[in-house]
Ligand binder design. Structure first.
Ligand code: MN
Length: 232
């Protein structure tokens, strides 16, 4: 059966991304979309961008990507994120920056005959809006006309069906899961529209060691071990 996969919130975690791509390959899935936040948090941001570029994986823009391209790496509500992004901005290759600049804020695709809208965050603010739960009213208020809304940003795998047949999906995070499970998370939609959330273990110690080597505090790497949100 044909399947389409969605990945999101990789945040410079190349080890997790490689593990996910290997898992996708073993399942014969080659149609993959990325919902943004390629940079931020962890050290291998250039490698993540190179890999997505090399594999021709369509990406949209996340809030960390936006901050690095348009706001000098500043995320107002978080000193930690700003400090990391400023460091990354200095080390970002010309090619990586060029790739991030080209990212769109939304992408419409067709999934086995259904229309889907992909945004990093939400319908009110495609880049930076935390949607932990939405209802049908939210979709109507924001003139949502497609069948599926696919978002990232919260790092929490989510699947909600609405009475009119519409659905909202979030694949969770490849690079920094926050639902208490530290394995990389992604989403598969099958030809019969069955939905599967997949978890892939990977060697997070590689990332933890590299962060320490670059002088970052343990608490930035701790989410990789606990699978829980960073204390900002
Ligand atoms: Mn994110």
């Amino acid at each position: 059966m044909n399947s389409i996969a969605f990945i999101s919130d990789i945040h410079g975690n190349i080890t997790a991304l490689d593990a996910v791509l290997e898992d996708l390959e073993s399942r014969g899935i080659n149609e993959v979309y990325c919902l943004g936040d390629l940079v931020g948090y962890y050290c291998f941001f250039n490698e993540v961008i190179e890999t997505l570029h090399r594999r021709n994986i369509p990406c949209i823009m996340g809030n960390h990507d936006f901050a690095i391209v348009h706001n000098n790496g500043v995320i107002e509500r978080s000193k930690t994120c700003t400090r990391i992004l400023s460091w990354q901005l200095n080390l970002l290759s010309e090619k990586s920056l060029g790739f991030l600049k080209e990212l769109n804020e939304r992408k419409e695709i067709t999934i086995f005959g259904r229309k889907a809208l992909c945004v990093h965050a939400g319908l009110v603010d495609p880049i930076d809006e935390y949607m932990y739960d939405i209802n049908g009213e939210y979709l109507r208020e924001n003139q949502f006309t497609q069948d599926m809304l696919i978002t990232g940003h919260t790092h929490l795998p989510t699947y909600k069906k609405f009475f009119d047949g519409k659905a909202w999906l979030n694949p969770g995070s490849v690079g920094q899961p926050r639902d208490g499970d530290n394995r990389a998370s992604y989403l598969v939609i099958k030809e019969n529209l069955d939905v599967e959330f997949v978890r892939v273990p990977y060697d997070y110690q590689i990332i933890v060691t590299e962060m320490t080597k670059n002088g970052f505090d343990d608490y930035i790497s701790n989410p990789l071990i606990t699978g829980k949100k960073i204390g900002l």
